[in-house]
Design a protein around this ligand. Structure first.
Ligand code: ZN
Ligand code: MN
Length: 505
């Protein structure tokens, strides 16, 4: 294996050109061409039928909702929507494609010629050209058993789960992305994040990278730096590698960085980049060769004879355009302005997947700062402990708004609020219910407080003497004792007032 170049050194000599393909699994109720349920996690091979298994005589029929989602995604990517497009058979053998072909689109994709503006952390905006977004069906899922890596190499046997076979996909293909230089890894990551955010806003996919409902393939090539930078675009592209199924945002950045360094070392030592697919290895943060990359003609694409062309009427397309959500970047700016968050706070919330939760909590009546405090603090900790994301916690935005209003009404303090939240997370009910059931309400009844104060003063007569002598700050020890005796449920401010009244200082 060739050595790696330093990243900066690689960029001094070479100009990276990036291309990204993203497969988005649509969250339709049923599969692309049959009425089998489309959901993740069912027992293996329980959601299959003759159509998605490719048994003789089975006839596919197009999922209308999937076409609708593909059009909405295309519009959100500023694409043209085809007036006429067809499906094609992409022929190849693999155990995860039991028909021996995948139904896809070839030379007339439903969406084409679009772009997406992607903002980097420092606010720089890159426009990514979208060549096409086409509809296709997903393959089944192979599980390679035995062997250390979970890959086919070294495995003892392979299990195939056909539930995933036939899931509706949209594959989004960028144009070559040039000119990002040292920011290429960051841009790759930001682009995938932006597409993910977009499909979430559209509501067309679960968008779980960890479950494979969004999968990115990263193409990268290097070309020599032109001595005159203004002539860089005229230097022909180098041979590219395609790193498959990079399944986290962090890994996208790392995989691009790795390929820049690997290819630079190869080219600088007089070697050549092989056009091939590569696998990303999370453990070693490196790629290894997969299969040598086929050309499109190797798949013997031909028109799918069992499906009619799709001809979305212009009226329908315009109707769907009206259903597009506010673009995520604009929405973020609007919310940040309304909430008064700093750039850092906003980025933090976005990265934690808390934006929608905070928005819903504010909508339910909480202050933006209060909503942020809970979701980014106590709840982030709880999610981390449980190994889930924030949205997977049993606490809802309404719960958090409820908690905030109990604090605002003085019925609980911050410390009690934490205990209430603990109850909510344990499934004991709404904050109000937990408060009642656990008896956590702040004690502001003076008689009860005075009783506790008397006990505390009697236990620490020297401190009582100091307070009488005018050392008001000594009251802190008594307040502490009262808080302890009431299990934190006393109103600390009121306790202090009562002590001072009582001792006349
Ligand atoms: Zn089926
Ligand atoms: Mn594909």
């Amino acid at each position: 294996m060739a050595d790696l170049f330093g990243f900066d050194e690689a960029l001094e000599r070479f100009d990276p050109v990036l291309g990204i393909e993203i497969h988005v699994e649509l969250n339709t109720k049923t599969k692309m061409f049959c009425s089998c349920a489309n959901n993740f996690g069912a027992p293996p091979n329980s959601q299959v039928c003759p159509v998605c298994l490719g048994l003789p005589g089975a006839m596919p029929a197009v999922n209308h909702k999937a076409v609708e989602s593909a059009i909405r995604l295309g519009l959100a990517l500023n694409c043209e929507v085809a007036e006429h497009c067809t499906f094609a058979r992409k022929n190849y053998f693999y155990p995860d494609v039991s028909k021996d072909y995948q139904i896809s689109q070839y030379d007339d994709p439903i969406d084409f010629d679009g772009y997406l503006d992607v903002e980097l952390e420092d606010g720089a905006v890159f426009r990514i050209g979208i060549e096409r977004a086409h509809m296709e069906e997903d393959a089944a899922k192979n599980t390679h058993v035995g062997g250390a890596t979970g890959r086919i190499q070294g495995a003892d046997y392979t299990l195939v789960d056909y539930n995933r076979g036939g899931t509706p996909l949209v594959e989004i293909v960028t144009r070559p992305i040039e000119g990002a230089g040292a920011r290429t890894p960051e841009l790759a990551r930001a682009y995938v994040a932006a597409v993910r955010e977009l499909v979430i806003a559209l509501g067309i996919s679960d968008a779980r990278m960890d479950q494979g409902s969004i999968r990115a393939d990263v193409n990268l090539s290097l070309r020599p730096r032109a001595s005159d930078p203004s002539k860089q675009a005229q230097v022909p592209f180098g041979k590219r590698s395609e790193t498959k199924n990079v399944n986290s945002l962090r890994a996208i950045d790392k995989a691009v960085r790795h390929e820049v360094r690997r290819q630079a070392a190869l080219l600088a030592s007089g070697g050549a980049v092989v056009q091939e697919t590569r696998h990303w290895h999370e453990d070693t943060e490196s790629t290894s060769p997969g299969r040598s990359k086929e050309q499109a003609e190797d798949y013997r694409y031909f028109p799918e004879p069992d499906l009619l062309p799709i001809e979305p009427s212009r009226a329908w397309v315009e109707e769907l355009r009206l259903t597009l959500p506010e673009p995520p970047a604009e929405r973020r700016k609007r919310l940040q302005g309304a909430w008064g968050f700093t750039d850092f706070e906003m980025r933090d919330a976005v990265n934690a997947g808390a934006l929608d939760l905070i928005a819903a909590t504010v909508e339910a009546g909480a202050s933006p700062a209060g909503a942020r405090k809970w979701w980014m603090g106590e709840l982030a900790r709880a999610a981390n402990e449980r190994g889930t994301d924030l949205a997977g916690l049993p606490a809802t935005p309404a719960d958090i708004a409820g908690l905030e209003s109990l604090i605002a009404a003085g019925r609980i303090n911050d410390k009690l609020a934490r205990q209430v939240l603990e109850g909510v997370l344990a499934g004991e009910g709404t904050p109000e219910e937990v408060l009642t059931a656990r008896g956590l309400e702040v004690v502001s009844d003076d008689a009860a407080l005075l009783e506790a104060i008397d006990a505390a003063l009697a236990a620490q007569p020297d401190i009582a003497e100091k307070i009488r002598g005018g050392k008001v700050q000594a009251a802190g020890a008594i307040v502490g004792a009262v808080m302890k005796a009431t299990r934190g449920q006393a109103d600390a401010g009121r306790v202090r007032e009562l002590i001072i009244e009582k001792l006349g200082s």
